[in-house]
Every structure is written in structure tokens, then in C-alpha cells.
Design a protein around this ligand. Structure first.
Ligand SMILES: Cc1cc2nc3c(=O)[nH]c(=O)nc-3n(C[C@H](O)[C@H](O)[C@H](O)COP(=O)(O)OP(=O)(O)OC[C@H]3O[C@@H](n4cnc5c(N)ncnc54)[C@H](O)[C@@H]3O)c2cc1C
Length: 484
């Protein structure tokens, strides 16, 4: 077999002069066994000023990332699927974890990479502040269950004492203190010790998954019949298939020169909101009007700066709990956009302005006078890529020629439930693909052309089954291949 040194993607010829070439393959195959990069015929040809000699760099502008993704050539794996394939999963949130779990159920090993310094889980985030400790769920607050497959997971968590129903009063709070409680059904579930332990629990169920954390995968390259991943130039492993279980700017950059133009294009269509999370603790109960005395969580209406507030102390430790009251407050998506800054380095002046506006928002919602709320602890975080606002309404995307897939909440909506369903569906699909031997890739490619639709729901996502909740009904019909 002819083995050529790998040609870096940055030296690929412009698309109007397509050539096919071998980038190396070490698997024996009688019929033309090679991985090739082939031009993406769906895209218009690029000019000669294409990405000739520029090195991939994470400091690139958005426009150069766009150009790169559209001009890159499609990688085509033709090596046979090995008997014991291994999958690389980049992202250890709900979707990536559930994907690893369901791959394992089908006997497939994986390595899961996640950037989390404090733990796995992504937007299943719980923050504990010592020494008291103060506890805040600082992303997902509660979830509903509509799908039987997700219900199986939740039943197990429930039996293991990890989740329970949130019985506290939740509703819609309009500016001035007008409150409409939500009916008790559908049940609302919360993590008994916060949301993050659910991630640890999924991990504890698996024995065929190698977790690498904290690890920020910065390069994804097809080479020698496999996907090679690197963190800042350091090799982190090679895989028979790769799964992107995260989204946003980071994923766009990772995909920009990976040899997956169709996946890259779909990912780039995704639009995400920004949401500020303000965690505050008070050494006394909030001075609520009488009608709101039992309120534990509220979707807020008619206030510019705030869309949600929840008493995490009462939610996690019950209505009779003592000690400081910890509240998680979320901004509206509009306020998040108007006050967006780099989330890694929030200027003090912005932090102060945002905190003040959000506390005022809570006071306005409760009908309290301004500057009455004086937390003894506060912490602000910006979720720069918080929630999807559009979706292709398909459980996952899979490029069988490139042996690469995407899972995540945004494929179906914006909730923990759909994130889990997406991970499950992709795992089952890849397992079926491996089982097929990989010889008919066209039969297994999914979601590479789907149009995106705007998503409806609350600013902090969807809660399937909740009153006033509008979810694409057709997504339910698109549950693919969930047999285990
Ligand atoms: C403010 C807020 C409130 C929410 N409230 C609710 C709610 O109440 N109920 C509900 O059901 N849903 C809620 N959601 C939505 C819910 O949290 C998400 O739908 C779900 O957690 C998404 O899971 P995921 O696996 O798709 O993505 P994520 O949880 O985002 O997981 C992606 C993971 O990939 C990692 N990663 C990214 N890039 C790399 C890289 N290059 N290398 C390695 N790892 C990488 C990230 O660190 C992250 O851990 C909320 C979300 C937000 C932001």
C-alpha cells in the first residue's frame, strides 16, 4: 500500500481544482483501502486565495473560521471498522455522558474528554461555596420527563436517591408581585444534592469509559485511518469514530479544519443565547409579600433584566431548612445579549452594573422597593453560549463517511431531557453503523442537510409538558433507532 506523509489541511488545493489523495491508511483492505479528503461539492468553489499556508490558530477571527470550514475538504474513511472499535467523545455534559453510557450498553468503548475543572456535567452545574457551604445550581434548575427512555434514567436516579420531585411552589411571577402557580403536574425533578451529582452517577455506571478531565481538545485530525485528538499540540488519543458533544464557538473552531465541512456547516447554523447567572445568599428570608411567602421558583415576566429566580436552599433542603437562603437568578436572553462581554474576563464595571440591574429586577418582580435586597454573598457568571434558539429538530447528526457525529440539547430543543435523548440516539446509531461494517456510509449519514427552525420556550430552556410549553411536536416522531 502506498503511504504518503499526511498533508496538512491548510495546504489543501482550492476547491475548483479537486483532487483525491491518500492521507495514509494502515488497515488492510483489498478494495482501495484509504482515507481520502474529497472536495465538498455542496459548497461554491473558493478562490485561489484560499487557506493556503495559514496555520490553524485559536486566535482566528470568526470570518476566517467561516471561510476555513466552507473551503475544507471532506474526509472519507474507507478502512474497515475494527472488531473492537473505540469512540472519542468531546464533551462530558448530559449528552456526551449518556452517549458513552449507551455505547457501553452496546459493548463499545469510549474516551470522554471534558474541560470541567470542578467536575463533569457541563450545564448540569452545581456550585458549593465553603465553609457553610452555600449551594447553587447555576445552570439547569429542574426538569420534566416526557419520553419513556429518559424516564428509565430518571427512575434509576430516583431509586438511587439522586433525584426527587420538587414539591415547592413554582409559577409565573409578573412585575409587581402578581403570581400564578403552576399546576403540580407534570412532576418537576431536581437533583437531591444539586444537578452535578447526576453526571457523577452516570459515570459510576460505566466501566468501559476512560475520562480525561480537565482536557480541552483543540485539534481534531483524520490520520492513518483514525481520528487523532490533541490538546494544545499534545496527542490525547486516536479513535475509530469521533463525537462532538458540545457546541458554540469552541466547536466551530474545532470543526473549521477537521475535514467535516457538512457537520461544520450545520454546527455553524446554530444560534445561542447568552444568560447571566447571579448567585446570591441572604442571611434572612427575603421580605416577600404575603402571597409569595411560599414561592421557591418563578419564571419572571415583564422585567427586562431577569427571567428566573429560585431559592436553592428550599429547593434542595426543603421548606423547613434553616440557614442562609441561596438564590439563583437568571437574566433574560435580551439582557444577556445587551450586556455580553468575554465570559472568561468580566470587567468589574460590567459585573457591578449587571448585578445591580438583576437585583433591581428581582425587587421589581416581587413588588419590593429598590435597593432593599442586600445579599452577604454574591457571584456572577455569564453563560456566553447558554441555550440554543434554533434547532434542526433531529436527535443527532452523523457523517458516516467522516465517521463523526454530533449530539447535544440543540439538536432537538433546549432541555436536559432532549440532551439525554440525543446522546442515546447517536450512541445507538453509531453502534448500528459499526455493526454494519461501515460499508454503506450513505445509508447511515443523517442530518447533514436539515434546515433549522426557531425554538420556542422559556429563556432558560424548555420544560416539556409544562403549561404554556411549546416544543416542536415533530421532534417526537424523529426519535431514531433507540433500541438497545
Ligand atoms: C442558565 C441555564 C439554565 C438552564 N436551565 C435548565 C433547566 O432548568 N432545565 C433543563 O432541563 N435545562 C436547563 N438548561 C439547559 C440544560 O442545562 C442543557 O440543555 C443541557 O445541560 C445540555 O447538555 P449538553 O450535553 O448538550 O451540553 P453541555 O452541558 O454544555 O456539555 C458540553 C460539555 O463539553 C465541554 N467542552 C466544550 N468544549 C470542549 C472541548 N473542546 N474539549 C473538551 N470538552 C469540551 C464543556 O465543558 C461541557 O462540559 C439550562 C441551561 C442554562 C445555560
Amino acid at each position: 500500500m502506498l503511504l504518503l506523509p499526511r498533508i496538512p489541511s491548510s495546504t489543501f488545493p482550492p476547491l475548483h481544482k479537486p483532487i483525491k489523495f491518500i492521507i495514509q491508511c494502515n488497515q488492510p483492505n483489498n478494495n482501495n483501502n484509504k482515507d481520502t479528503k474529497k472536495p465538498n461539492k455542496k459548497q461554491p468553489p473558493m478562490s485561489n486565495t484560499g487557506p493556503k499556508s495559514r496555520k490553524p490558530s485559536y486566535g482566528r477571527s470568526r470570518s476566517s473560521v467561516m471561510k476555513k470550514s466552507f473551503s475544507q475538504e471532506q474526509v472519507v474513511f474507507t478502512a474497515p471498522i475494527p472488531e473492537d472499535p473505540i469512540v472519542g467523545i468531546i464533551g462530558g455534559g448530559m449528552s456526551g455522558l449518556v452517549c458513552a453510557l449507551y455505547l457501553e450498553k452496546r459493548g463499545i468503548k469510549s474516551t470522554l474528554f471534558d474541560t470541567g475543572i470542578h467536575g463533569l456535567g457541563g450545564r448540569l452545574g452545581t456550585r458549593m461555596i465553603d465553609p457553610q457551604p452555600l449551594v447553587f445550581d447555576h445552570a439547569a434548575q429542574f426538569f420534566t420527563v416526557t419520553d419513556p427512555k429518559f424516564a428509565e434514567l430518571v427512575d434509576k436516579w430516583s431509586k438511587d436517591g439522586l433525584v426527587r420531585q420538587w414539591q415547592g411552589t413554582i409559577g409565573e411571577l409578573e412585575k409587581g408581585g402578581h403570581f400564578i402557580p403552576l399546576p403540580p403536574t407534570p412532576p418537576r425533578y431536581v437533583g437531591v444534592n444539586g444537578m452535578r451529582p447526576l453526571a457523577d452517577s452516570i459515570l459510576s455506571e460505566m466501566s468501559m469509559v476512560d475520562v480525561k478531565r480537565p482536557c480541552w481538545i483543540s485539534t481534531l485530525e483524520p490520520f492513518n485511518g483514525m481520528w487523532h485528538v490533541k490538546e494544545n499540540g499534545k496527542p490525547c488519543g486516536q479513535f475509530d469514530a469521533i463525537i462532538i458533544a458540545h457546541n458554540g464557538k469552541c466547536a466551530n473552531r474545532l470543526l473549521a479544519s477537521s475535514g467535516l465541512p457538512l457537520i461544520a456547516r450545520q454546527m455553524k447554523r446554530l444560534e445561542l443565547s447568552s444568560i447571566w447567572a447571579l448567585m446570591v445568599a441572604f442571611d434572612h428570608t427575603l421580605p416577600m409579600p404575603a402571597n409569595l411567602a411560599t414561592l421557591e421558583g418563578a419564571f419572571i415576566k415583564g422585567v427586562d433584566s431577569v427571567s428566573w429566580m429560585a431559592n436553592n436552599t428550599k429547593k434542595l433542603f426543603g421548606s423547613a431548612s434553616h440557614g442562609p437562603d441561596c438564590w439563583t437568578i437568571f437574566s433574560t436572553a435580551t439582557f444577556g445579549k445587551e450586556n455580553k462581554v468575554p465570559q472568561e474576563s468580566i470587567p468589574n464595571v460590567t459585573a457591578e452594573k449587571v448585578k445591580k440591574a438583576m437585583l433591581h429586577g428581582v425587587e421589581d418582580a416581587l413588588g419590593l422597593s429598590r435597593d432593599l435586597l442586600k445579599p452577604f454573598y454574591s457571584r456572577l457568571q455569564l453563560w456566553g453560549a447558554a441555550l440554543p434558539t434554533n434547532s434542526p429538530s433531529i436527535p443527532f447528526i452523523f457523517d458516516a463517511q467522516g465517521r463523526a457525529g454530533i449530539c447535544g440539547d440543540w439538536l432537538l430543543g433546549s432541555s436536559l431531557e432532549v440532551a439525554a435523548l440525543s446522546g442515546m440516539a447517536l450512541a445507538n446509531h453509531i453502534s448500528d453503523y459499526f455493526q454494519s461494517g461501515g460499508s454503506c456510509p450513505d445509508d447511515f449519514s443523517i442530518g447533514l442537510q436539515n434546515e433549522f427552525q426557531p425554538l420556542k420556550g422559556h429563556d432558560i430552556g424548555q420544560f416539556p409538558g409544562l403549561k404554556a410549553e411549546e416544543v416542536h411536536s415533530e421532534t417526537r416522531d424523529l426519535q431514531l433507532s433507540t433500541s438497545t
